[in-house]
Ligand binder design. Structure first.
Ligand code: ATP
Length: 632
């Protein structure tokens, strides 16, 4: 509020000129100096407020640049500037030799730091035009849009233009943006909180200024919930920022409701130890048990115009990979209305109808495929419907959403089927169904509350939430240790047989509160030689995905000191023997064992979770809950 007052009194309104990029770069510098989420939110909020006064037109570009993306994943836009092209651009802009550049890579690792150091001593005869926020963003978009003949050259020239025009700290953040590795803790939730705060203050300053602290916090929270609820239904900053700029928070819910062909953030299930615990949790509720298939999650959207699109769990469009599924959905639909449905794509033996394992699905073509080239057949097992014939079903109980599925679709054997499901409260019957799921190559059961929308366990569809109304019971959980999805964040250089490779690897859980990766264990088991080799290629220093020094705001490594830090970009499924309290690691600190962190005994690599991004990894809270459960 104080900053708003300052802006009102001191910041010139809607200046003619575009907001300078240096303003944003300086905000990034301040953000990189803190780990406090509250401070990061404040810095971003104030940055947004300033832009609202200075020059609103730059806000959208600033939001994209701060979130380290150029467009939503379903636009399919990639910058496509690899480490080799980036190094070439640096050599040409700074006039340095390959050897000097290599030395800089070895010393700094981070693409932004390398660019900063390489450019520091360059003397330019002419002063380039100062970069503006809009110019930087539009140039990144242009880089992504270069395709066809000569695309590589054009990308190189645009990259060089940005590096030449950038001054002092701008160079560091331009470099990081080009390599899509901004390294500030402004993840999605932080940005949404900052946007909601900035807009509520901007539009309602006089009223808010008279409120007490509690009432003020309540206003902020209400605004934040509204913005997040809207964004989870329409996860596109282009639409969100435009809506906020035109009508502010008023009517945002109406303007940003779920719509076909824009993927919704999916809902997730909460974990339970076994069937008994699940039954306890759901006592007094009506629920159904569904097979938890081991395939790929997919949302299928059909627009009013009849266009059908498929999106992955990460909201990337995967329609071209699954033309057969599009056909199946068309065949199955009874009417011609628009819809959004969700299900699991599972590899299937087309003749016998038998489910095939996840490994088989992962051999399916990963690029565009024609119907006659398909080698692995898949069946779409539908388990939800979020939108039908112009109406959102998110607030309807699951029982009515299922009814709608049956009203809208015929089942087509081995192509389009309803998930196998059971409605019973009898433990023995459920156990038998669980066994059937396991023998049918499924991971276990998803148990879902059927009715009730305002109860403690709602049966509504809650985008982006690990809802209590969806409970997963996996076979693994019956064993001693359930797996965790961890992020590789660093490594040591291997010795002996492993010389030249990374070993051990430092793994972390994700703390979504402050967007920090908290180291939890070192892992050196479960890897093949081939895996080690590929890992070295993916994370070598000059790949732009590693650095020697930690970027303080995104890692919490406790008392361990890896020799190299990885950019968080992968998720690995890891099994262990036990979760232990640790004086060395700080993962889950303060959540389970006072001021001690948690670690994992005998961690073993199971597989890469290519369907998950680093922010979908197991969190510090999940780890602490597992530790508490284990000790019970
Ligand atoms: P996991 O690591 O267990 O796959 P996750 O974090 O990917 O978990 P969860 O919400 O925990 O996601 O589990 C739900 C996932 O299980 C969905 O993303 C979906 O791909 C898959 N799935 C399979 N069958 C079902 C079903 N019947 N209902 C909902 N999800 C299902």
């Amino acid at each position: 509020l104080a900053f708003e007052k300052y802006c009102r009194e001191r910041v010139p309104r809607n200046t003619e000129s575009d907001a300078p990029y240096s303003f944003l770069a300086n905000t990034f510098v301040l953000i990189s100096m803190t780990k406090s989420r509250i401070r990061i939110v404040t810095l971003l909020t104030n940055c947004i407020l300033s832009l609202l006064y200075l020059e609103k037109e730059s806000l959208l570009s600033a939001v994209w640049l701060s979130t380290n993306d150029i467009a939503p994943s379903f636009y399919g836009k990639n910058l496509g500037v690899g480490p080799a092209m980036y190094s070439k651009a640096l050599k040409e802009v700074c006039g340095i030799s390959s050897q000097s550049l290599k030395t800089l890579w070895n010393r700094h690792g981070d693409p932004g730091d390398v660019a900063y150091e390489a450019k520091v001593s360059v003397r330019t005869l002419f002063q380039p035009q100062p970069l503006t926020i809009k110019k930087v963003y539009s140039t990144l978009l242009k880089i992504a849009e270069c395709i066809g003949n000569g695309a590589q050259n054009r990308k190189l020239e645009l990259t060089k233009f940005l590096l030449i025009s950038a001054k002092s700290e701008e160079v560091r953040y331009i470099g990081r943006s080009i390599m899509q590795n901004l390294r500030i803790g402004a993840v999605q939730n932080t940005m949404l909180t900052a946007l909601s705060k900035a807009f509520v203050i901007y539009s309602d300053y006089e009223r808010l200024n008279k409120l007490g602290t509690e009432a003020l916090q309540a206003e902020f929270q209400k605004a934040e919930e509204t913005v997040k609820q809207c964004f989870y239904q329409v996860p596109d900053y282009n639409i969100l920022v435009q809506a906020l700029l035109t009508t502010g928070l008023n009517n945002l819910t109406q303007r940003m409701s779920i719509r076909p062909c824009t993927p919704v953030k999916p809902m997730f299930g909460s974990i339970t130890k076994d069937l008994q615990e699940m039954l306890q949790k759901l006592e007094g509720h009506n629920f159904c048990c569904e097979f938890k298939y081991d395939g790929q999650r997919a949302q299928v959207h059909k627009s009013k115009m009849g266009e059908v699109k498929i999106f992955s769990r990460h909201l990337e469009e995967i329609s071209e990979r699954y033309p057969d599924v599009i056909d199946s959905c068309q065949i199955a639909q009874k009417s011609n209305g628009d819809y959004i449905i969700e299900g699991e794509l599972v590899a299937i033996d087309f003749n016998t109808g038998q489910i095939r394992d996840f490994q088989t699905l992962s051999t399916r073509e990963r690029k565009k495929v024609n119907l006659n080239e398909i080698t692995v057949h898949v069946c779409f097992f539908i388990f939800d419907m979020m939108y039908f014939e112009g109406e959102s079903l998110l607030q309807c109980p699951l029982s009515s959403r299922r009814k709608k599925i049956n009203e809208a679709f015929n089942m087509v054997p081995n192509q389009f089927q309803l998930v196998a499901s059971l409605e019973s409260k009898d433990e023995a019957v459920i156990q038998e169904f669980f066994n059937l799921a396991i023998s049918s190559k499924c991971e276990g059961l998803m148990v879902k509350v059927l009715d009730g929308i305002n109860s403690k366990l709602p049966s509504t569809y809650e985008p982006d939430k690990r809802g209590e109304g969806w409970i997963k019971v996996k076979q693994d959980y019956s064993e001693e240790f359930e797996s965790l999805d961890l992020v590789p964040i660093g490594a040591w250089y291997g010795n002996g047989r492993k010389a030249g490779w990374f070993s051990p690897i430092l793994l972390a859980v994700f703390n979504p509160e402050n967007a920090v990766y908290e180291a939890v264990c070192k892992c050196m088991s479960g890897f093949s030689d081939q895996f080690y080799k590929e890992l070295t290629d993916r994370y070598s220093l000059d790949s732009g995905h590693s650095s020697l020094a930690p970027v303080s705001s995104i890692y919490e490594v406790g008392k361990v000191q890896p020799q190299i830090f990885f950019t968080p970009k992968e998720v690995w499924e890891i099994k262990g023997a036990q979760i232990t309290s640790s004086p060395v690691y700080k993962a889950g600190i303060g959540l389970a064992d006072g001021d001690r962190g948690l670690s994992i005994r005998f961690p073993r690599f199971i597989k890469i979770r290519s369907d998950k991004g680093p922010e979908d990894a197991s969190t510090n809270t999940m780890l602490a809950e597992m530790y508490t459960k284990q000790n019970q």
